[in-house]
Design a protein around this ligand. Sequence first.
Ligand code: MGD
Ligand code: MGD
Ligand code: SF4
Ligand code: MO
Length: 733
Amino acid sequence: MIQRTEKQVICASCDIACQLIAKVEDGRVVRVRSSRKKSQRENICIKGIYAPQNFASPHRLLHPLRRVGERGSGQWEQVSWDVAMGEIAERLGKVIDRYGPEAWAVATSQWNTSVDHGLGRRLMNLVGSPNWISGVALCAGNTAAINRMTYGWFPQPDYAATRCIALFGHNPKKHSWTPVYNRIMAARARGAKLIVLDPRRSEMAERADIWLPLNVGTDAAMAMGWVRTIVEEGLYDADFVRDWTVGFTDLKQRLEEYPLERVSAITGVPTEQIRAAARMYAIETPGVIPWTPITDQQINSTSAIRLHCILRALTGNLDVQGGETLQGFNRIAISESEIELHEALSQSQRDKQLGSDRWPAFTYRGTAALEEPTERVWGLPYANLIGGSYMAVPGAVFEAMADGNPYPVKALISLGNNTLLGFTNMARIEAALRNLDLLVVHEHIKTPTAQLADFILPGDTWLERPLLYDTMTWASAYAISDKASEPAGECRSVFDFWCDLARRMGHADSFPWGSIEEFYDWRLQPSGLDWASFSDKFRVHAARPEYRKYERTGFATPSGKVELASSMLADLGFDPLPYYREPPAHPEGFPLTLFMGVRDDGFFQTAHRHVPELRRMHPEPKTFLNAQTAERFDLGEGDWVAISTPEGTMHAIVEIRTDMPDGLVRVPHGWWKPETAEGPALSGARAHSDGNVTLDDEAWRDREQGIPHLKGIPCRIVGTEAPALAMQQPHHA
Ligand SMILES: Nc1nc2c(c(=O)[nH]1)N[C@H]1C(S)=C(S)[C@@H](COP(=O)(O)OP(=O)(O)OC[C@H]3O[C@@H](n4cnc5c(=O)[nH]c(N)nc54)[C@H](O)[C@@H]3O)O[C@H]1N2
Ligand SMILES: Nc1nc2c(c(=O)[nH]1)N[C@H]1C(S)=C(S)[C@@H](COP(=O)(O)OP(=O)(O)OC[C@H]3O[C@@H](n4cnc5c(=O)[nH]c(N)nc54)[C@H](O)[C@@H]3O)O[C@H]1N2
Ligand code: SF4
Ligand SMILES: [Mo]
């Protein structure tokens, strides 16, 4: 007889954590479905649905592999975990002895931030390395750090009670961050207003009350225009501004530099439309400006993010029902910020954090002034929201690896992060990875990054491990995911990896847990329950909402107020007020402009291209062009094109789209072809990854964070042949 059970799980096939049900037969997950009742919109997308197929793929890594040939030559041998971990610890020890602990870097990912539980940073801090990087430097983590600078926490939009939603580019869909899409649709059905800013007539723009088709990369100027309108027309909350902000007079002065005619000239949107949108947002309160990755990836990111913060504050939308709630820690469990043991890292090692001299905003140096206020308001000195505080600057870490500048970085452990494709300037990242003494990759499949490794370690999946999910320390909630099946082959968790490595490096005392359940027992001590009883009692534990907490505690900033003019930026030597800076002029021969983005429904970031059911939805990478643009370059639907920037070239297929404005080129993120051969082509990454065309020289980076500009890069396109890629059989190691 077949044994059938159901387990309640949290999906980690993207980073939005849908609660799903896994149907298990004889210990194997045969299906996952939404945990919602039929009457409600279902929080599940195509990537979640095909998770069982994904994890049973012949591409899945089942055993540790050690490189035998030249780096990147595709020759591997299977080794035991004990051999792999023993050698990794030894070689890492040698790097640290020879070059210092700062020569060891770790790269991790968006979803992994909630799977790693802060243990990677714990070990790094004990060993003495500040050089931790993550995809969150380009997505939400950096926003969280800038929000903290302005009012001390990263708010959550209260979609359930809001009257107005303003999306700066953000475009959730049925298969892209499904729960956010569903919440926006529910708010619309209740009558909430929707304002969308997008150069493209996106799915959300189609539904909007007001759509502002702004020029790509001009969000900071647009937000400045909103602030100007709101201040000029007296639409702000004067009591809140008087009692709870600093820098209003300075801000007003700065606004003088941005008459709406100037904003209109920069953004390409008529002044009356800018005013209408600003008025709608200010009048239809409570309103929300949900976090958006679009402003995380621009040359003016810090200013754009700060302007969102300023808009929320001026309109009285901070920490109110239907607005943007500042939630703080849920003290029912030991938080990841505590687990990370930042206090263990000495000042002299913090000072070595790569990039913190030039681009300090989210580094130890840039966030040091928040320790005291964070403790005062939230009870703990370190609040690593989304893992986005206390990071090194990724570009600076790759520079150190490639050139030894300002000092060598010789070992990288990359966990669930396709490092080679997940940042900008892939050529430099490749040079960096090739120059390492030790590259360890913990993965599901042999990604282009893994192909360059010394060791590839097979990772378990979200169906194969239990999880105490802490919402990336953003909302004040914990949620539980059951283990639905045993790990495939010899796959192991990130938790096991860190505990094993820590013991081999002499830090057993700080990693005393025999299993993840024991670790959760320890974390849950403040609740008075152990893991088993906690997960029986709660599927989700959320602290009770309390609004306007600042009236009791002040804001967690140096002044205790919302810093419209930032004392922290001023102290770091930057402009304390937001501004708009023009990107460098297009070099000759690059008449078009590209942006990276519009997520493919079937894939999360660089993943999932090995899953046939998903790949059928998008067999090839596609660039979107408007019909006139295509005609000008003599291109038609389905043609292959080479897209070139001053950095390099990538290849994609043309899709002619009426939603695109003339002159703008959409480039998809993260393409490679797992079915094609490793070796020099890196399974198609050289031909197709957007990392080939992204610029990262200083002129194209945000001043305060060092984040590269992905929304508005000069480019040209030419018709070409399909790139020839040799096929590869899936390995069965
Ligand atoms: N050039 C460029 N860079 C970007 C972006 C861009 O548009 N262009 N986008 C940015 C954004 S928005 C984000 S969120 C980040 C995302 O950055 P990441 O979250 O790091 O995403 P990926 O680079 O796709 O790497 C995820 C990898 O984790 C593996 N994986 C998935 N689940 C598990 C698991 O349970 N265990 C293990 N061991 N591995 C697992 C997958 O196979 C995949 O290879 O990238 C950012 N970087
Ligand atoms: N299926 C699927 N879903 C995903 C992901 C995935 O990889 N696949 N990734 C998840 C992650 S980590 C993220 S960060 C989100 C990203 O998802 P979104 O936030 O929706 O981002 P994109 O889809 O890249 O682009 C959204 C819109 O931004 C517009 N845009 C481009 N440049 C600009 C600009 O300069 N200004 C403005 N205002 N708009 C601009 C584009 O035209 C597009 O319509 O998706 C999440 N959901
Ligand atoms: S949106 Fe899809 S991939 Fe993301 S958590 Fe939900 S089901 Fe999983
Ligand atoms: Mo993201």
